[in-house]
Design a binder for this molecule. Structure first.
Ligand code: GLA
Length: 386
């Protein structure tokens, strides 16, 4: 329980604080930009959190406050729309709008105060964390029986329909369903998943946040989704495939013949190879083949850089210097365009790795990166406030 948050709630609102909620963030080990192509991903929840204290109001208003910001966003449940002045509040508000669109009756308003120790716009999915958290809050406070998978799907519906990002379901699944020390092998074809023990043997997983702030809605993310859809339409004229993830690596020469546009073909090549890399990575982990795992992680970064073109210069520089300063593998994680990376290093090298990277990155960009050891943790949680 975050007592500072509880105290802040009492100062901000007159209602009784009833429950305390917590939602982690996520990294993705491999399988990038595959989710909206109905492919495979291997994310995990990590212990950077958005937390909330919640109480019930006697009217029909939703009042949102963040510990880090002074402005309170207050909106009537009967009059929710996506407005620029609501800023970050548009994420939680979208959940209430989406529930009502689905036909749920929300009989009373809520006071909610949030706290976050997640670097914002960092590629660790703070927005999906906020969405999952609010979906979980709504399901508990309004007694709507949704399991964690349904929470993830509700949050995803809200992000695409209310916030306008054409994203896949990976982030919402990883955050809602996260399990300590496990990765989630997610098949976005039917949203089925299994928990996997991924062993890096004597290597440790490090997260490097570039601290280049970016908004995915303003990035070429949606453009990549459209490029994949255009390429799929071309392939579907000749072949019976439901998504790019139905295409095998051995089908790529056939795709090359059909797709005249070089850029579109590169996008397809990334998706097809990346799905195969996820399968190979899980297989290599099961047989203790760390060399193949390392190779696949590095190859994934190169494919995202050269074929999918989402890494950008900051993440490419981090990739380059990480390998120089002792990382065995390094790749961007999440959407790219700035954001974060993951690396595998010997734990005893962590201090020098961090120092070297920080120095070079500051020298080049005058920005301090955030670097920490990944702690894979459980997903959403709730506690009563006594
Ligand atoms: C963002 C999106 C996810 C996924 C990743 C890239 O995090 O929210 O759905 O597409 O980018 O793998």
């Amino acid at each position: 329980m975050n007592t500072k948050l509880l105290e802040a709630y009492k100062k901000s609102f007159n209602t009784k604080p009833l429950k305390y909620f917590s939602s982690p963030c996520r990294i993705n080990l491999i399988g990038e930009h595959t989710d909206y192509n109905k492919g495979l991903a291997l994310p995990a929840a990590i212990s950077k959190y958005i937390q909330a204290v919640v109480g019930i109001r006697s009217d029909r208003k939703i009042s949102l406050k963040s510990l880090e910001k002074s402005k309170v966003v207050t909106v009537d449940l009967d009059n929710i729309s996506n407005k620029p002045e609501n800023r970050w509040g548009n994420y939680p508000l979208g959940i209430f709008a989406t529930l009502q669109k689905r036909g749920y009756k929300l009989p009373f308003g809520l006071d909610i105060i949030f706290y976050s120790n997640v670097p914002i716009a960092s590629g660790l999915s703070s927005s999906a964390s906020l969405l999952d958290l609010t979906a979980f809050i709504a399901s508990i406070m309004y007694d709507i029986p949704l399991d964690k998978k349904e929470i993830a799907l509700l949050a995803h519906q809200s992000e695409t329909e209310f916030n306008g990002l054409l994203c896949g379901v990976m982030d919402e699944f990883a955050i809602a369903l996260g399990k300590k020390d496990k990765c989630i092998l997610l098949d976005c074809k039917d949203n089925s998943f299994t928990y996997e023990d991924i062993s890096f043997q004597d290597l440790s997983l490090v997260v490097i946040v570039s601290n280049v702030r970016r908004s995915l809605i303003a990035s070429p993310y949606n453009k990549r989704v459209e490029e994949c859809n255009s390429a799929l339409k071309i392939i579907q004229k000749q072949f019976d495939v439901a998504s790019l993830s139905d295409i095998k690596v051995s089908d790529l020469p056939m795709c090359r013949k059909l797709i005249k546009d070089d850029v579109l073909y590169k996008r397809v090549r990334h998706i097809v190879n990346e799905n195969q890399r996820v399968r190979d990575f899980v297989k290599a982990s099961k047989s203790g083949d760390i060399r193949s795992m390392i190779h696949l992680l590095n190859e994934s970064h190169e494919s995202l850089r050269d074929d999918y073109e989402v890494t950008g210069e900051y993440l490419d520089y981090i990739h380059e210097i990480s390998l120089k300063y002792g990382a065995f593998a390094e790749r961007m994680t999440g959407a790219g365009f700035g954001g974060s990376s993951i690396a595998l290093i010997k734990q005893r090298d962590f201090k020098s790795f961090k120092e070297n990277l920080t120095r070079d990155y500051i020298n080049k960009y005058h920005i301090k990166p955030t670097i920490f050891l990944a702690d894979i943790c459980d997903g959403l949680s709730v506690e009563d406030i006594k």
